[in-house]
Design a protein around this ligand. Structure first.
Ligand code: PXP
Length: 243
């Protein structure tokens, strides 16, 4: 069975909407672990739009399973990661204007740079994963960087509008997963996975880990709404002045 790493970025997104202290992604990470998650993923972005440096530091202390830090392979992030030492880092492309990570990293155009960056993490004993599109040329290049693992981008598969498109995109993911596995890389997958489209992906036995965030946080908000409203009504009822 593929392991599940829960991405709690969007708990921090809600907190940052008010620049307040709740909901705390640390609490969400602990609850996700209590529910059986095999790991916690966070993305410390250059613009700190959701996860903050404080979150990373505390997560590193409290996460008991595995902390996977998604990051751009910039000097700033490499320095932070080498000092905090998460259990794994995943290199992702990052654009300020994007709503979420758009597409995998272009490894081919920066193979030497990535090889040097990965060497630093190897020396620090931190495994590196690269988020990559289901593209065999990119996978071949990623293998040469010395990365331990590839996370195959399921974004296009998850955005497919028709059954035909879904089949085409799934086949691309499947071939990439098998190719990466044969290249002796650990294979992860993620982006846009939901309670329904995860089924076919879970069936690929070469995938050892799935990274899922948005759909789990979206569901958590809804399944928790009734209880949250009842709790508030109880307090209001209890303290209302009755005439
Ligand atoms: N994998 C990577 C590399 C990502 O950047 C993200 C989004 O932060 C995910 C997986 C999770 O995607 P989603 O939130 O759509 O489940």
């Amino acid at each position: 069975m593929a392991k599940l790493c829960v991405n709690v970025d969007h708990v921090a997104t809600v907190r940052e909407a008010r620049k307040t202290i709740e909901p705390d992604p640390i609490a969400a990470a602990i609850l996700a672990e209590l529910a059986g998650a095999h790991g916690i993923t966070i993305h410390l972005r250059e613009d700190r739009r959701h996860i903050q440096d404080r979150d990373l530091r505390i997560m590193q202390e409290v996460v008991k399973t595995k902390l996977n830090l998604e990051m751009a392979a910039t000097k700033e992030m490499i320095d932070i990661a080498l000092s905090v030492k998460p259990d794994q880092v995943t290199f992702v492309p990052e654009k300020r204007q994007e709503i979420t990570t758009e597409g995998g990293l272009d490894v081919i155009s920066q193979e030497d740079y990535l090889r040097r960056a990965i060497k630093k993490f190897k020396e620090a004993g931190i495994p590196v994963s690269i988020f990559i599109d289901p593209d065999l040329k990119q996978i071949r290049s990623a293998k040469k960087t010395g990365a331990d693992c590839l996370e195959i981008n399921t974004g296009k598969y998850s955005e497919a509008k028709t059954e035909k498109e879904l089949d085409v995109e799934f086949e691309k993911v499947k071939s990439a997963v098998k190719f990466a596995y044969k290249s002796k890389l650990t294979v992860h997958a993620g982006h846009g996975l939901t309670y329904s489209n995860v089924k076919r992906v879970s069936d690929l036995r070469e995938i050892s880990e799935l990274n899922i965030g948005h759909n789990i946080v979206a569901r958590a908000v809804l399944v928790g709404m009734e209880r949250a409203v009842r709790e508030m009504l109880n307090i209001i009822n209890q303290y209302s002045v009755r005439s």
